[in-house]
Design a protein around this ligand. Structure first.
Ligand SMILES: [Zn+2]
Length: 281
């Protein structure tokens, strides 16, 4: 990602990269330095941490958030109060462990044009010509959840829908690490199940479940993959309440979970056959 300019504080790109509000605040104060005097001392950092975010979450966690994506250059022992730090660019290469791997690949201009070809907000259906909306290309699965810059993970949204979606997704920021792990599983049922389990007792909206179900390969009928969970001893409840604009969403919440069998597709097939046989008597 060398050559790609660092995101501006407050930009939607930064929001995608850093899920936590406090991490974005820290970025902001380092970014300001980068543009003017350069470095922040450890003592200044500690002072910022106490004053700007009331000491929570721990400074080390916030620095870790930043270092997953950006390169911080330390002079001196980072723990010593006279050491200094500067924001100097993007992280050289994503860390290799599963939870740390982040795709910070920018969206190519060609792909961007392809996504915008529909000339229509994929959520509310409004168009620039008829409704004067401004469309932007957004990741369905955000970067902080492991979402890629591939076309399958992109959609065109109007400003209003993009902001609404961001506000919604932000309510799961605390679960970003667990969600990143959940989306790496091979079976769509397991991706859905792990997501429901991670955010429990919160409700999760249908569009988010659909995107997570399709995280590895597109699922024509992700609701069916969700129903599959019931063959594995899992269960969930559905609510159609939350109304955002004119659209009514379905929300899902886990009510029961079970250990995963070694072979998920086979276990589903077996249970399906068993229930059919029972019905036949
Ligand atoms: Zn819209």
């Amino acid at each position: 990602m060398a050559g790609h300019p660092l995101p501006a504080p407050g930009s939607s790109e930064l929001r995608e990269l850093l899920a936590r509000d406090e991490a974005r605040l820290l970025y902001k104060s380092l970014h300001r330095r980068e543009c003017s005097t350069g470095r922040l001392s450890r003592a200044q950092l500690d002072l910022w941490h106490r004053n700007a975010v009331d000491g929570q979450p721990p400074l080390e966690n916030l620095l870790e958030d930043l270092e997953r994506v950006f390169r911080l250059e330390w002079r001196g022992d980072p723990q010593a109060s006279e050491s200094t730090v500067a924001l100097v660019g993007w992280a050289q290469r994503p860390r290799t462990t599963q939870t740390d791997a982040l795709d910070v690949q920018p969206i190519s201009l060609r792909v961007r044009a392809q996504v915008l070809e529909s000339k229509r907000c994929s959520q509310c259906g409004r168009t620039p010509d008829d409704h004067g909306v401004v469309l932007s290309v957004e990741r369905m699965l955000p970067i902080s959840w492991g979402g890629s810059a591939n076309i399958e993970n992109l959609h065109a949204l109007c400003e209003e829908c993009a902001v609404g979606r961001w506000q919604y997704l932000e309510t799961f920021a605390a679960h970003a690490d667990a969600i990143r792990v959940a989306v790496t599983y091979d079976e769509p049922q397991r991706r859905i199940g792990e997501l429901l389990r991670t955010v429990h007792p919160k409700w999760i909206r249908s569009d988010v479940l659909g995107v997570v179900a399709s995280a590895k390969e597109y699922q024509e009928d992700w609701q069916r993959r969700l129903r599959d969970l019931r063959f594995l001893g899992w269960d969930y409840e559905v609510q159609k309440t939350g109304q955002e604009g004119v659209r009514v969403w379905s929300y899902y919440r886990l009510t029961k979970s079970a250990p995963w069998p070694a072979n998920i597709p086979q276990a589903i097939k077996d249970e399906e056959a068993l229930r059919k046989a029972k019905r036949r008597g």
